[in-house]
Design a protein around this ligand. Structure first.
Ligand SMILES: Nc1ncnc2c1ncn2[C@@H]1O[C@H](COP(=O)(O)OP(=O)(O)OP(=O)(O)O)[C@@H](O)[C@H]1O
Ligand SMILES: [Mg+2]
Length: 250
């Protein structure tokens, strides 16, 4: 019989039990995956292109139900939640999409402010914070540009600012530094690291950038052939902080 330990009763931020995913064909993209991510943990998800990283993340941000198994967030199984309960849970999750998904008719500033507006916050309360966050990611001169007039790396930084501005409990980032240079990638990683350490945000980052993974001592989960295995996180000192990204958070 399994021995009962106190930590077995801690609610996981993310829990997958026997999760499988097929899209339309018979091919299984994910096969019987079990995973527990504790609140306040920081994890990397890696694997070859097409291995299913984005698919696994879609399950975590509740955009896709699994074909089999259960996805639980914040201690609650999600398969039987009502639509309202699902929406409430999604509001606790910040997502950086691999393809950004910015709204083209809004400016960079408006894209980042949108989740705060949706939450009913007043612009007078968040304007300075949104501006400061955008400055922190190097977009102080681009606040009022629309996404289609920004470079790929600039759009990616808007997407990151939008995902973190609400201080979500769970941050899911899909190749969040794929379009920026190494210095900016290190700066963005520092933002995720500070969120994790100072606010206790559970962070999951999908990447195949080994350089990025080496910056933070965190578990690395690798997807291959539909299965997930944990590798040892490589230990390396985190880059020194120059300014405080969290000062920009509302
Ligand atoms: N909506 C979909 N419908 C059908 N098949 C899909 C869909 N999305 C992804 N796939 C397939 O699932 C597999 C995994 O794709 P996924 O995007 O999850 O991989 P990935 O690891 O994120 O790859 P990359 O590193 O290139 O971003 C691929 O074979 C892909 O063709
Ligand atoms: Mg992907």
């Amino acid at each position: 019989m399994t021995q009962l330990r106190p930590d077995m009763f801690d609610e996981a931020a993310v829990r997958l039990d026997g999760v499988s995913l097929r899209y339309d064909s018979t091919e299984e993209i994910l096969s019987g995956i079990d995973l527990v991510l504790k609140p306040g943990s920081f994890s990397f998800l890696t694997g070859a292109s097409g291995a299913g990283k984005s698919s696994l993340l879609k399950l975590l941000y509740l955009a896709q139900p699994p074909s089999q198994g259960e996805v639980s967030l914040f201690g609650r199984p999600t398969s039987r939640l009502s639509r309202d309960e699902l929406s409430a849970m999604r509001r606790r999750v910040g997502v950086v999409f691999q393809e950004f998904r910015l709204l083209n008719h809004l400016t960079a500033y408006e894209n980042v402010a949108l989740p705060l507006r949706v939450m009913g916050r007043k612009e007078s309360q968040y304007r300075r914070d949104v501006e400061e966050l955008l400055r922190w990611v190097g977009l102080g001169e681009r606040l009022h540009k629309r996404p289609e007039t920004l470079s790929g790396g600039e759009q990616q930084r808007v997407a990151i600012a939008r995902a973190v501005v609400t201080q979500p409990n769970l941050l899911i980032a899909d190749e969040p530094t794929g379009n920026v240079d190494p210095d900016m990638a290190a700066r963005l990683m520092r933002l995720f690291y500070e969120l994790n350490k100072r606010l206790g945000t559970t962070v999951v980052i999908a990447t195949h950038d080994l350089g990025l993974i080496r910056q933070i001592d965190a578990p690395v989960y690798r997807l291959a052939d539909g299965m997930l295995v944990q590798e040892n996180g490589e230990v390396a000192p985190t880059a020194r902080r120059r300014t405080d990204p969290l000062r920009a958070m509302p």
